[in-house]
Design a protein around this ligand. Structure first.
Ligand code: SF4
Ligand code: SF4
Length: 629
């Protein structure tokens, strides 16, 4: 968090996460509105901001999705107040539509868009370099390399946004957002939230065809102001000492380059040129450097974004240097950079030998010592019970009716249902996409089609798909796995939780009413742990022509554990009666609960993990599982 041991004054030093540093930068800049939709690796930015919102008198919220977060932030900016929104890289795809038009009108108060990209897909369904969005919409992109810079750049991004009247993108990546560093605190510019009148300017903000066109000319002209800003930015470190070979780098890649050069200690002098504002590049400065060098290696995280832009700048030179990078195969492309991969790129370039293979061998040796672990549902997870039912239906349908059930997955903890023992899930793309894909498959096949979605994802992106399915007469079943929280990103509330990001009680939005409002006729709400009834209702839904919805509802196990702890209560736990157990292993092989294990020929329940959901008791055909004590 921002405040540690009561220290958060100007001049204090605090060890903090990159994401916390971004939040601190926004607070120092006097932010008045912050919004986000949870998504790793960006979640902690809004969590930190929400935690300090009362103290520093600004509004923070978990929005229903990134698009709404951005639109609300735009409204705040139009009142000449400062706003920040943060999201994982995929969120940018959601805001692309309103961003594309609103840049034509521009901003009033500073508006900062933080995107935390996830190279290597640590917690994402794709790799995506959002620096391209800056180029696409003609707005600047800042890229910090460590937590200190993340704070400074966030603070500066508000100022820059106000000077150029446009939103500014701050691009982080997992290794910046989630690393800790020593951060020097700056002064907090605390501005009380105030109510201000909206100043009319329809020629700027009511964007219709001819106005949009004239505002596009404004945006093009505005690029000159942006270029001037970039040329004088202190975040670009382009001091060139006459070296013939230079490494152009930015963001987290800069830290790898610095370390690689320290380790390689080359005899040939190599220049390190660091770009802080990666779009647009400071073309005048860059040209001056390119004119004097022979060889450039571009080391950057993500796609060859700077490499392409550098090549465009170099094409205007009479004698351009050789520019190498990801496009030429000299830097790892796909996945994320590592110190080893950067050492390899630089040592190849300089014809040095450095035993990175030894590091790799050590890593392989260490990996052998670590027991293999896969992601798994928690003990007492309601989703595990639902997947047990779904896999039973899948097997029964295949066996008795020779019919395949097609399962469309979505984004959330329940995407783990695709793993053994359940193996439920044929297709999974992006937020809310499962319902639409289900509609396509249902339209032209005779398969039974089940779309799966969690409660957070349903509110974020699910119900337009549901509405479309009802409106266009699809024949499918939607199973909503409702654990009443956004669990995968760390227990953020949803519109169904009845609590805001700032801890204020609010209206609980009932998904049943949305579903009925969409015109769904078959709607059943079942306790996820009542596996018999859940199976019956899903099978019943197959008899209903049209869209059927079954909500499998019970609280996330982690949240339940927290609630029990708060109340000073313990769950009623289960044990295996050795005399009755026939060692059929159904509780281990058809069902997954980390509290259940096998030791020699005994099945055991770890009572310190058991949350007392009782599903294993229902799964056991020999009545060998019973309440303990
Ligand atoms: S399902 Fe029941 S009988 Fe089979 S191994 Fe587990 S506890 Fe024993
Ligand atoms: S009751 Fe059974 S399934 Fe539920 S948490 Fe305990 S061991 Fe796991």
């Amino acid at each position: 968090v921002v405040k540690r041991n009561g220290k958060d004054a100007d001049g204090d030093r605090i060890m903090m996460l990159g994401n916390e540093a971004i939040a601190r930068g926004a607070i120092e800049a006097g932010v008045q509105f912050a919004a986000a939709y949870p998504g790793t690796p960006a979640t902690d930015i809004l969590e930190t901001l929400a935690g300090f919102s009362k103290e520093h008198k600004f509004h923070a919220e978990w929005s229903v999705n990134e698009k709404v977060a951005f639109e609300k932030a735009m409204g705040v900016s139009l009142l000449n107040l400062r706003a920040i929104i943060s999201m994982k890289h995929a969120g940018m795809n959601w805001i692309a539509d309103p961003l594309s038009v609103s840049v034509l009108g521009g901003t009033r108060g500073g508006l900062v868009i933080v995107t935390a990209d996830d190279p290597n897909c640590h917690s994402s369904a794709n790799e995506q370099d959002n620096r391209f969005y800056g180029m696409f919409f003609k707005i600047p992109v800042l890229e910090p390399s460590d937590p200190q810079e993340a704070k400074e750049m966030t603070r500066e991004a508000f100022e820059l946004s106000e000077r150029i009247s446009l939103p500014v993108i701050l691009r982080s990546v997992t290794r910046v957002s989630h690393s800790r560093g020593d951060v020097l605190m700056g002064e907090i510019t605390q501005k009380a939230r105030k109510r201000v009148a909206f100043e009319e300017d329809p020629a700027r903000f009511y964007l219709t065809t001819s106005r949009s066109l004239s505002r596009h000319f404004w945006l093009i002209q505005q690029q000159e102001a942006i270029k001037k800003e970039v040329e004088s930015s202190p975040f670009n470190q382009l001091a060139h000492q006459g070296e013939k070979t230079v490494l152009f780098t930015s963001g987290i890649a800069y830290t790898y380059v610095k370390e690689a050069i320290k380790l390689l200690n080359p005899t040939e002098k190599v220049g390190i040129l660091k770009i802080g504002i990666v779009y647009p590049l400071p073309a005048l400065h860059v040209k001056k450097v390119l004119e004097k060098v022979d060889l450039v290696l571009v080391v950057e995280e993500g796609d060859p974004f700077m490499e392409m832009n550098l090549k465009a700048i170099a094409s205007e030179l009479e004698k351009p240097p050789r520019i190498l990078g990801k496009m030429s195969g000299h830097v790892r492309y796909g996945g994320e950079l590592t110190i080893d991969s950067v050492i390899e790129s630089i040592s190849d370039l300089l014809h040095l030998s450095f035993p990175t293979q030894k590091n790799q061998k050590n890593i392989q040796e260490a990996e052998k010592l670590i027991p293999p672990r896969t992601t798994t549902f928690c003990a007492g997870c309601p989703h595990s019970a639902t997947f047990y039912v779904l896999s039973k239906i899948q097997k029964d349908m295949a066996k008795k009716m020779k019919q395949k059930v097609v399962f469309l997955g979505d984004i959330g903890c329940y995407s783990m249902g695709n793993q053994p023992p359940y193996k439920i899930g044929d297709v999974k793309y992006s937020m809310g996409a499962g319902i639409g894909v289900a509609e396509g498959i249902a339209e032209f096949s005779d398969h039974k089609v089940i779309a799966l979605i969690g409660d957070g994802t349903f509110y974020h992106a699910g119900f337009p798909g549901l509405l479309n399915a009802v409106y266009n007469g699809s024949n499918l079943t939607l199973v909503i796995l409702d654990n009443s929280i956004t669990a995968m990103t760390g227990m953020q509330p949803t519109p169904g939780t009845g609590m805001t990001a700032m801890g204020v009680k609010t209206t609980t939005v009932r998904m049943e009413e949305i579903i009925k409002g969409c015109g769904v006729e078959y709607l059943e709400v079942v306790d996820s742990f009542d596996i018999k009834r859940l199976e019956e209702k899903i099978l019943d839904s197959f008899e209903h022509r049209g869209v059927s919805v079954v909500i499998a509802r019970n609280l996330c196990a982690i949240e339940l554990k927290r609630e029990l702890q708060k109340a000073g209560k313990k769950p009623a736990v289960y044990r295996v009666n050795k005399d009755l157990c026939k060692k059929c292993l159904l509780c281990l092989k058809s069902f997954s609960c980390p509290a259940i294990s096998q030791s020699a020929d005994t099945i055991l329940i770890d009572e310190s993990l058991c949350l007392g959901c009782g599903v294993c008791q229902k799964v056991c055909p020999s009545e060998a599982i019973e309440l303990s004590g």
